[in-house]
Design a protein around this ligand. Structure first.
Ligand code: ADA
Length: 560
């Protein structure tokens, strides 16, 4: 499963996720031995490869003919794709989708081979030993598309509210002409259930990709909100001289998310964010969670009284975002980065890889109404001038690609951060009563006041994007010392109250939803080679803090 709804009724699409794949490591004890696997697959979830760092080859045969597009939702972390032994393309970063084209395939059976590489090196500026795991494998869905002479490679539909209370949708479609002749045609874009459509002319020279834009106005749709997440399908039909040759359906929601002084207004109401930071991580699946496992996480998150999830620290699977759209769960999504120093950011691969991630994230996810905020560069070098230049470039890129959403970045640079003048929202990761021996109230107040009195973030909406404490599941002691479940429950109680009672603070994301695996090459002092700050453990077993968080979160409304 790639999406939770049907994206193509005309285009010939075959899902390649599922069985029929074989996996073979290209080095180590089992070199070139083959293992039957189901894709998506992290090889670390296979009994023989819990800690394999290297290149693994996934192979599968398929039947098709003509111009074939292979779309990968995620390969971790560097992919090289071959069809019938011919290299078609490569891609860096586990967390964004990419495609390769096999042109002019003869009718019949073909061999697809995908080499996934999860090694660390200077070539990889974002996947580095870290407080999360860089897995290996084809970690999200794969689909094969047999295309006609031209196709719609992206369809963006961004709603906006007019002064008179009606709504419009800005349309932008990318059309690729695969043929060696000019393409003349049209794009019919319809909004299901709203009896509205637009007709756009398409004219592309041989082999050209073009973007056509349009707008539909005067709409009176149902509004998307956490309480009532109304969704609408936007369907585009591409026609040439001989009729329809391609189609693509996307899904949107009509909601207004704006900033008013220090406040975040969702559909005109002052929003209170009560969230969790969540890694895509599971002991049975690695980062390749099936939709059933994702849904279980969302059911627990809703049971805890949360209304939001921060995708830490990378773009998430479309399936997760589709479910959040359908269930009214608010999302902060961010590009891939965690804790990069200025030295890390000076890796010549850093800026191109970080900017590619932003482009691919926004191109793939711009239509999701659940995404309220675009984040960048979690806890990177926002205290240095070099870091400031990188932050500015990335904020500017987000503004260019999607002017409809506010931007922010989770900082741990406390009173040395020099980047708060750049984003619309100021965000801090604070760990009072864990890393910082101060009371939650004192530390939250101290940083809030510093921002208002000494930074360029004064008067902007203020979020706590991480706060929490560690607990080893099952470690209980009347001593209530750190790592005990009792200590975590007490610390979170202080932290949640300190944040949600802080005047001027618009919300909180607890670090973190569940315990998650870390790179074994990283922080040796992490017990169990895990980040143990989950409110549930990696198997989603609740810790003592679960009921404390649940009672507190439910006691605060979604709106001030
Ligand atoms: C940082 C970081 C998180 C996690 C957390 C922790 O805030 O952003 O990824 O590492 O610290 O558990 O210490």
């Amino acid at each position: 499963m790639i999406r939770t709804f049907c994206t193509n009724k005309f285009r010939r699409v075959t899902e390649l996720s599922g069985s029929g794949w074989s996996f073979s490591p290209l080095s180590g004890e089992f070199e070139n031995k083959t293992f039957p696997v189901v894709v998506p697959c992290c090889w670390e979830s296979l009994p023989q490869f819990p800690a394999y760092r290297g290149v693994g080859r996934f192979s599968k045969t398929f039947r098709a003919k003509g111009d074939v597009r292979l779309v990968f939702q995620g390969v971790s972390h560097t992919a090289t794709v071959y069809v019938d032994g011919v290299k078609l393309g490569t891609h860096y970063n586990a967390f964004t989708p990419f495609e390769v084209m096999a042109k002019g395939l003869p009718d019949g059976e073909h061999l697809l081979e995908v080499d996934a590489d999860n090694r660390f090196s200077e070539d990889s500026a974002l996947h580095i030993p870290n407080d999360y795991m860089s897995y290996g494998g084809i970690t999200r869905g794969v689909q094969l598309e047999e295309l006609d002479t031209a196709y719609i490679s992206a369809l963006h539909a961004v709603p906006s509210k007019e002064a008179d209370g009606t709504w419009g949708v800005d349309l932008s479609a990318r059309v690729v002409n695969l043929s060696d002749r000019a393409f003349e045609g049209s794009l019919q874009v319809g909004l299901e259930g709203l009896a509205a459509s637009a007709w756009l002319r398409v004219s592309a020279s041989a082999g050209e990709s073009i973007t056509v834009k349009g707008r539909i106005d005067g709409l009176s749709p149902k509004i998307w909100s956490p309480e009532s997440p109304a969704l609408y399908e936007v369907s585009a039909l591409l026609s040439g001289a001989d009729g329809v040759i391609d189609d693509l359906t996307e899904r949107i929601g009509f909601r207004e998310f704006v900033i008013s002084g220090r406040d975040l207004l969702l559909n005109g109401k002052k929003l209170r964010i009560k969230g969790f930071c969540r890694h895509e991580d599971h002991p049975m699946f690695g980062c390749a969670l099936p939709i059933e496992a994702i849904q279980k996480d969302l059911e627990i998150i809703r049971d805890l009284g949360a209304n939001a999830v921060r995708c830490t620290h990378y773009p998430n699977d479309q399936l997760f975002l589709d479910l959040c759209d359908e269930q009214g769960i608010l999302v902060w999504e961010e590009n891939h980065a965690r804790g990069l120093s200025e030295e890390n950011m000076r890796n010549p691969n850093f800026e191109p890889q970080a900017e590619q991630c932003i482009r691919e994230m926004i191109n793939a996810h711009i239509n999701h109404p659940c995404i309220l905020i675009w984040g960048i560069l979690n806890e990177c070098a926002s205290e240095t001038q070099y870091g400031y230049e990188c932050y500015k470039k990335q904020y500017d890129l987000i503004r260019e690609l999607d002017p409809s959403r506010p931007r922010s970045s989770a900082s741990c640079k406390f009173a040395t951060d020099i980047c708060f003048g750049l984003p619309e929202i100021v965000s801090y990761n604070l760990y009072p009563e864990w890393y910082v021996e101060k009371s939650a109230k004192d530390w939250v107040d101290e940083m809030y006041n510093w921002v208002q009195e000494k930074s360029e973030g004064s008067g902007k909406p203020f979020l706590i994007t991480e706060i929490g404490a560690g607990a080893i599941y099952g470690y209980r002691t009347p001593v209530k010392c750190k790592w005990s479940e009792e200590y975590q429950a007490e610390a979170l109680s202080h932290q949640i109250k300190a944040v949600l009672e802080r005047d001027g603070c618009s919300g909180i994301f607890i670090w973190q939803f569940c315990d998650a695996r870390i790179s074994f090459e990283w922080f040796a002092s992490r017990p169990r080679t895990m980040n143990n700050k989950g409110v549930v453990d990696e198997f989603r077993r609740p810790k003592l803090s679960y009921e404390v968080v649940k009672e507190l979160y439910h006691s605060y409304d979604n709106y001030f």
